[in-house]
Design a protein around this ligand. Structure first.
Ligand code: NIG
Ligand code: FE
Length: 415
């Protein structure tokens, strides 16, 4: 690409820039006040104080200069744990839970993940792409530019591959970059009710090799939980995935203290997610392994569970990310900053921790920290502009969308 063809853009007059690089600015968020960012060819070329941007850049032929009028700019947000591709909807189960039924009771009666499996199997490839695209358009408007998406509602070779191919198609046809995760061990499908071994064998010997040979996933995840997959079953799936070259994630200790976090640490998982019931030893193991703990307060809230206090995580030295867990059962909320507000209020995560959890730590939780989550030269030109004067307002005035502009790979994609 010649210099003239490259998208070159200066975002100027930024009131508060969260670089997320403590070397680049004040405090843990690396804040620069009165900042500018120069984006070139999809990368960040420069960021710093507006007055330090060479005039030759601002006046270069073909460069666009956008004045954001003192607004707040962050790295494009990263939603590092979602189940965004699915058919159907579960309002009926929501009403049942409000009336007193538990998530596990509904699942045991044939609802839950299996009801979404039926709807997802029944949906065509194109239907799933359309549904996914419309959800991603909403995410993008909240400032999300990278999103992890799991399979796990197919639960057959063909339907799991369909879901992952939908994720791949979506990655190419809208601005949000997707990180695909294979979650074949999300539930036991009804046709294998009396043959757990048969299903696990299929995940290990058919699904994982097919997923890897088509290059359809970066990670393999398992729902390690009482009544779902045991620690030993989870270990078998994750070890097979690891030997096949996939990274590892675990839905761990969500509903009971089951041992998933310890397993994640032992296998060197990139992240252990949920962790409402993780004990202190498990947290210490995660810290030692460098595994990121992903907090999913939307699910904790929607399942009406007790919120864990992040003090224990912080004391153990675990890195924390925050995500929506967007899915039709335990967390139908798609608003990532709202999850951030819940993590702050109900889990005691400091504001700085919430911003790190939606950017630099979320990037680590999906293995993309070399490219996204931080604003510094050479990183992706992914930015979110918020129509507020103080970054804390994004979390404080909760529930509404403060994002007014999104730049992905150096191009303005919102509005
Ligand atoms: O992350 N915990 C397991 N999986 C999802 C819920 C999926 C569903 O209920 O459809 C979760 O909470
Ligand atoms: Fe989940």
């Amino acid at each position: 690409m010649s210099a003239e063809d490259r998208e070159s853009l200066v975002v100027d007059n930024i009131g508060t820039l969260l670089t997320m690089d403590p070397e680049a600015g004040e405090g843990p968020l690396g804040i620069i006040r009165g900042a500018a960012v120069h984006l070139d060819g999809g990368d960040i070329a420069w960021c710093g104080r507006s007055g330090d941007l060479p005039d030759s850049v601002r006046r270069a032929p073909g460069i666009d200069v956008i004045d954001v009028d003192g607004r707040v700019v962050t790295p494009g947000l990263i939603d590092c744990h979602t189940h965004l591709v699915f058919g159907g909807s579960r309002e009926g189960e929501f009403a049942q839970r409000v009336a007193g039924a538990t998530y596990q009771e509904i699942a045991a009666a044939g609802g839950g993940i299996v009801s979404t499996m039926r709807a997802t199997r029944a949906a065509s490839f194109e239907e799933l792409v359309e549904l996914g695209a419309s959800r991603l358009a909403t995410m993008l408007r909240f400032g999300v530019t990278t999103c992890e998406v799991k399979s796990g509602y197919g639960l057959s070779v063909e339907a799991e591959l369909k879901m992952l191919r939908v994720i791949r198609a979506l990655d190419g046809r809208q601005p949000v970059a997707l990180v695909p995760t294979f979650l074949g061990a999300h539930a036991l499908p009804p046709e294998f009710r009396r043959d757990r071994e048969g299903y696990l064998g299929m995940v290990i010997r058919e699904m994982i090799p097919a997923v890897v040979s088509e290059g359809l996933a970066d990670f393999c995840d398992v729902f390690c939980e009482e009544g779902v997959f045991s620690v030993e079953e989870s270990r078998r799936v994750l070890e097979a995935a690891k030997s096949a070259g996939l990274g590892i994630k675990v839905h761990a200790d969500q509903l009971t203290p089951f041992g998933g976090a310890r397993l994640a640490a032992e296998l060197g998982a990139v992240s252990a997610d949920h962790l409402e019931h993780a004990g202190d030893e498990a947290l210490a193991a995660l810290a030692a392994a460098g595994t990121v703990a992903v907090l999913l307060p939307g699910a904790t809230f929607f399942l009406n569970q007790d919120f864990p206090n992040v003090r224990r995580f912080r004391d153990a030295g675990v890195s924390l990310a925050v995500s929506t867990d967007f899915n039709p059962g335990s967390s139908p909320g798609i608003n990532l900053p709202l999850a951030g507000t819940m993590a702050a209020v109900r889990m005691g995560l400091p504001i700085e921790g919430v911003f790190a959890g939606m950017t630099v730590q979320a990037a680590r939780a999906v293995g993309r920290q070399a490219r996204v989550g931080t604003l510094s030269p050479g990183m992706a030109a992914d930015l979110a502009v918020f129509d507020v004067a103080d970054h804390r307002t994004i979390l404080y005035r909760f529930g509404v969308n403060h994002c007014s502009m999104v730049i992905k790979d150096g191009r303005i994609v919102v509005p």
